[in-house]
Design a protein around this ligand. Structure first.
Ligand SMILES: Nc1nc2c(ncn2[C@@H]2O[C@H](COP(=O)(O)OP(=O)(O)OP(=O)(O)O)[C@@H](O)[C@H]2O)c(=O)[nH]1
Ligand SMILES: [Mg+2]
Length: 373
């Protein structure tokens, strides 16, 4: 198993290298960078587990609950505006990377000044990413937990931030909310995620709002819609309350944690990270390679088409030109005949006039000679 994983990894890295070469030759800088990053990620064994969903589904609260601390800011209004990466570190630290490449240390207390719509409206501070380090067992072995801005809110910049990050997703945790039935836009978003993510986990959050009967109905509805509209049969949707789980973890209340149903999800996640992460990483890398290959192919096709258009036009022009030459020759010939005809007509008339003139002159000369003699 380990050997076949190693072989697969080598094969995938080789193919990514081939794509990188093509992108390099064709000077497609963003693809060269992207493929380089994808290769590095596979080589270093990093795994991007990204929390995704529409705005206010409880993504950030869920991440806090998973890590057992109030790390990232949450609110009732659309809030997260910047992608935040959480990696393993023995001590807690936070760094802000700006769009110009400058990196600054910050504190958890000041995070809201960079990663929220309130503290950093429309990203006026030009933040690219925020990196946190935190000593959680979920983050061992290269797992990077990533919080993203919710899509679909009035803040288009938040939707764009998350969409721009999709190509880096290896696996996704997709949050739905039990107080709002799954929507058309959530289904569209899921299809987009599917292009990159090797595995998507589903959470139906905020079930503390519902009675057991309503919880069952909400779950059945979400499953039915995902099966019918996205073709996702046999999926597990974990219904839980991130808020209750976070409260329970912070206060050390095991009853609350149990009632939140978070343990059912974490048990599955731990198993996945232990046993299936390697395969998922390879699959996700193949998805990324396929997408890059698709982009390269599209570019080549467009270029070939662009080259083909003048060729076609040129051929048509040559045909037209040949026709024009034939027409001109014909016209020239016709004109030649007309010209010849006109010329002899003029000659004839001239000859006639000269003859008449000569005759009249002859008569006059004869008359003059007769008068003299
Ligand atoms: N009742 C209840 N409220 C929750 C739960 N999870 C989150 N919330 C609340 O929902 C609101 C939104 O939570 P956030 O974690 O900020 O949601 P988000 O998806 O990160 O929001 P954006 O980053 O703006 O997209 C907050 O007021 C949370 O306290 C839950 O399980 N139950
Ligand atoms: Mg958030």
């Amino acid at each position: 198993m380990e050997q076949s994983y190693g072989k697969l990894k080598t094969e995938v890295l080789k193919n990514l290298g081939l794509l990188e070469n093509i992108a390099n030759q064709r000077k497609i800088v963003h693809l060269v960078e992207y493929l380089g990053e994808v290769k590095q990620k596979l080589l270093q064994g990093r795994f991007n587990l990204v929390v995704l969903g529409e705005f206010k589904r409880g993504k950030t609260t869920f991440l806090n609950a998973l890590l057992g601390a109030d790390l990232l800011p949450t609110a009732v209004v659309p809030l997260t505006s910047i992608v935040t990466l959480i990696q393993y570190g023995e001590r807690i630290s936070a760094k802000v990377t700006f769009l110009d490449g400058v990196v600054e240390e910050t504190t958890l207390d000041e995070l809201h000044l960079y990663v929220t719509e309130e503290g950093n409206p429309c990203n006026e501070k030009n933040v690219k990413l925020v990196h946190l380090e935190y000593p959680s067992p979920y983050l061992k072995d290269g797992v990077v937990l990533i919080d993203t801005p919710g899509v679909g809110s009035i803040y288009q910049n938040n939707t764009d931030e998350t969409y721009n990050y999709l190509p880096k997703v290896d696996a996704a945790i997709f949050l739905l909310s039990s107080d709002q039935p799954i929507s058309r836009s959530e289904l569209d978003f899921l299809k987009d995620i599917g292009q990159y993510s090797a595995k998507t986990f589903f959470i139906l959050n905020k079930v503390d709002y519902l009675t057991d009967l309503d919880k069952k109905k909400a779950l059945e509805f979400a499953k039915k819609v995902l099966a019918e509209k996205v073709g996702l049969e046999e999926i597990n949707i974990y219904s839980l309350s991130a808020k209750l789980a976070l409260d329970g973890k912070i206060s050390g209340d095991d009853e609350k944690i149990k009632a939140s149903n978070l343990p059912a999800f974490t048990a599955m996640l731990e198993k996945f990270l232990l046993k299936e992460k390697g395969r998922a990483a390879i699959n996700a890398t193949c998805n990324k390679g396929n997408n890059a290959a698709g982009e390269l192919q599209l570019g080549l096709e467009l270029e070939m088409k662009a080259l083909g258009i003048p060729l076609e036009e040129l051929k048509a022009k040559i045909v037209l030109f040949d026709e024009m030459v034939i027409n001109l020759r014909q016209e020239q010939e016709d004109n030649g005949y007309i010209f010849q005809g006109e010329k002899s007509k003029v000659y004839q008339e001239l000859e006639h006039e000269i003859t008449v003139f000569q005759e009249s002159q002859d008569i006059m000369i004869v008359k003059e000679i007769e008068q003299e003699y």
